[in-house]
Design a protein around this ligand. Structure first.
Ligand code: COA
Ligand code: AMP
Length: 652
């Protein structure tokens, strides 16, 4: 491909800055700061201008520059003589396999996989839907897409057929890459029947389906392909790769989309968050060094899944962009085989930085409360444990700090932002942590807490957590398929700001405290789900007249969905049947990760005069909290009835 160069000649060196104050100060001039940070990336056409502004207040980073993300994540390290360094360590306690892939080997695999996709007609801008478990082929497929300038849309393996179908229709992929299945503790999850059902339901048809054959999960013997044979072709991954011609990276414009990642909003329809190539590579590269303190050659273990943003940013792209080694873990924090598995991996692979979710640490604590298992391992290589994805309760943070020596860092961010917005820093100043706080805004992000009237609230007061525009590189550049949805969803409530959907406050020393969502989005074991999404699945049941789903506090998972429904006339006397069928429906349509903690069948739901269900009251009743009845409630009697019927979850 064309020669790759690093830009020179900026008067600041964003990468050399190592104090929080200096970085925050420098980032006040975002153009100069990020243009300087862009020097860490190899470009085909270097950026000369930091950004152009759009009428809606967003910006396009590095206009006119061209780049290839896969080149920066893989080829570059081989070209620099690091082909023998480990790029990926695949640790799979569920299959008993472990494998190290060097940068040289990864390059070969990605070149061939890109060749295979190209042979199936995938070109720049085409979408490839990736429905794969945590296996090396998943990372290879993502990078192969990036190599071609194609756009990957990874769907988490724990989603059911309805969620998959919605994403297929929205992304309209040319190719779907999947596997025969995934492995969960004690059972397998065959993917092909789920994909068949999704394709049966979706309007869009891919041209090809590529299947990674996993010996542990043979395709169902009685599988009936549910679609007309002429619609598309099904291929075996290994056979395609064996005959594929390796391809070179395709240069794309900096603002060309790298991926779509779906996340839950307040409606039942997920949002396809779009990330660009240039800004993403620059931001993650800077973030790895300055937030996580990760340098070339370090080992990063992000215990998440490639189906979530943590997986995209910190299993795949972030570590590889800086030439670190990433651990790809196919297992659970507990039960595969036990609560010592994270520490075992840390010891054996000398992990420098561990990223995980508070739920995972609560599960580890539940099984190893005194750190007895942990003490069997040498975790001295760890420089920090970063926890994100949901609220980190101070008790878990304290416990983790007591049983092992590395700093425990609470960081706040979202699928939309792509990388941490509020954090402590291993590559800048490290601040004394405060319980309940995610510490300080990451340089590049300006956090403001706004009141209903859009003005900043006084110090210590709660308000909407907003980010001043423009957002730095690496944040979302759009919502797939709907040019106005980004502005409509995030930028209209407080002009000049991105509204995060979270509430919070800032203390007198600038520490930020995130208190939780202010909308109908819930967080179940670090997985984001919306009430609307689950309600849409429940409404498919003919016995349901109306329903509401709320996230109810759960000691292990943070929250769990709980359904309250009004039966259709035919089901008034069949509440038990309805409860069982609705629970099964949610598992099959949304996926087992959304399993309902309880189902209540009631006479009426509380509503405002405009007909909106007052979910907050339902949550308060289920959690046994004090009831705050809004003045606009239309049927207060329904609440009195519910107060007698509903009690603290779980039930049903
Ligand atoms: N593919 C298919 N099914 C999956 C899946 C996947 N990738 N992930 C989870 N599931 C299934 C599980 O098998 C389980 O099914 P079951 O009800 O039939 O047993 C169901 O979804 C719920 O799984 P899970 O949420 O993992 O709950 P659990 O009770 O089995 O385990 C924890 C509890 C705490 C161990 C687990 O929730 C966990 O590992 N949490 C941390 C998650 C995390 O890191 N999130 C951060 C993402 S950024
Ligand atoms: P997701 O987009 O799936 O990463 O979910 C983002 C949401 O998770 C945020 O809007 C928050 O509600 C929540 N979240 C993530 N990290 C934290 C954190 N450190 N503290 C509190 N909430 C968090």
């Amino acid at each position: 491909m064309a020669e790759q160069r690093r830009p020179q000649g900026s008067t600041i060196d964003a990468d050399a800055i190592d104090s929080y104050a200096a970085a925050t100060d420098a980032a006040r001039d975002p153009g100069r700061f990020w243009l300087s940070a862009a020097r860490e990336i190899d470009w085909v056409d270097e950026p000369s201008q930091p950004y152009t502004e759009n009428p809606d207040g967003t910006v396009d980073w590095f206009p006119g520059a061209t780049v290839n993300t896969a080149y920066n994540a893989v080829d570059r390290h081989v070209a620099e003589g690091n082909g023998d360094r480990a790029a990926l360590i695949y640790v799979s306690p569920v299959t008993g396999r472990e494998e190290t892939v060097t940068y040289g080997e990864l390059l070969e695999q990605v070149r061939r996989a890109a060749g295979a996709l190209r042979r199936l007609g995938v070109g720049a801008g085409d979408r490839v839907l990736v429905y794969l478990p945590m296996i090396p082929e998943a990372v290879v497929t993502m990078l192969a897409c990036a190599r071609l300038g194609a756009v990957h849309a990874v769907v988490f393996g724990g989603f059911g057929s309805a969620e998959l179908a919605v994403r297929i229709d929205d992304a309209r992929p040319v190719v779907v890459v999947t596997a025969t299945g995934g492995l969960e503790p004690g059972h397998t999850v065959p993917y092909l029947p789920l994909l068949d059902a999704a394709l049966d339901e979706s309007r869009h048809r891919p041209r090809h389906v590529v299947v990674v054959d996993r010996p542990e999960v043979p395709p169902p013997a009685d599988r009936v392909v549910a679609w007309p044979v002429h619609d598309w072709a099904e291929h075996d991954w290994a056979e395609l790769i064996a005959v594929a011609e390796p391809v070179d990276p395709v240069p794309v414009a900096a603002d060309h989309p790298l991926y779509i990642l779906y996340t839950s909003g307040t409606t039942g329809m997920p949002k396809g968050i779009v990330r660009d190539n240039g800004g993403h590579a620059v931001a993650l590269s800077w973030c790895m060094r300055h937030v996580y303190g990760v340098q070339t050659g370090d080992v990063v273990f992000a215990a998440s899944d490639i189906g979530w943003v943590v997986g995209h940013s910190f299993i795949v792209y972030g570590p590889l962009l800086v030439g670190a080694t990433t651990v790809l873990f196919e297992g659970k924090p507990v039960g595969t085989p036990d609560a010592g598995v994270f520490w075992d991996i840390v010891e054996r692979h000398r992990v420098d930085v561990l990223l995980s979710a508070p739920t995972a640490m609560r599960a580890v604590r539940r099984d190893d409360p005194n750190g007895v298992l942990l003490a069997e391992y040498d975790v001295s290589s760890l420089r920090g444990i970063f926890l994100a994805g949901e609220r980190l309760d101070p008790d878990t943070q304290r416990w983790l700090g007591q049983v092992q020596p590395a700093p425990v860092i609470n960081n706040w961010w979202q699928t939309e932002t792509g990388w941490p917005v509020v954090s402590n820093f291993l590559g800048l100043t490290y601040f004394e942590p405060r319980p309940g706080s995610s510490t300080k805004p990451v340089p590049g992000f300006t956090v403001e807490i706004l009141g209903h009237d859009g003005t900043p609230v006084p110090v210590g007061h709660e308000g909407a957590v907003c980010l001043r525009l423009p957002l730095p590189p690496g944040a979302l550049t759009g919502v797939w398929g709907d040019d106005e949805r980004l502005a409509r969803t995030y930028l209209t409530e407080h002009p000049g700001f991105y509204s995060s959907g979270d509430g919070g406050h800032v203390d007198e020393d600038g520490y930020v405290y995130i208190l939780g969502r202010t909308d109908d989005v819930m967080n179940v074991a670090g997985h984001r789900m919306s009430s609307g999404q689950i309600e849409a699945a429940i409404s498919e049941h003919p016995g349901v007249s109306e329903c509401a789903v709320v996230g109810v506090r759960d000691e292990l998972k943070g929250q769990r969905p709980h359904a309250i429904l009004v039966p259709a006339i035919d089901f008034v006397d069949r509440a038990d049947q309805l409860r069982a069928e609705v629970s099964a429906l949610v598992r099959s349509r949304i996926g087992p990760i959304a399993s309902l903690a309880g189902v209540d069948v009631v006479g009426a739901l509380p509503k405002t005069r405009s007909g909106k269900i007052v979910r907050r009251c339902l949550r308060q009743l289920l959690e046994g909290a004090e009831l705050e009845v809004p003045p606009t409630i239309e049927n207060p009697a329904a609440l009195d009835d519910l107060a007698r019927t509903l009690g603290p979850s779980p039930r049903g």
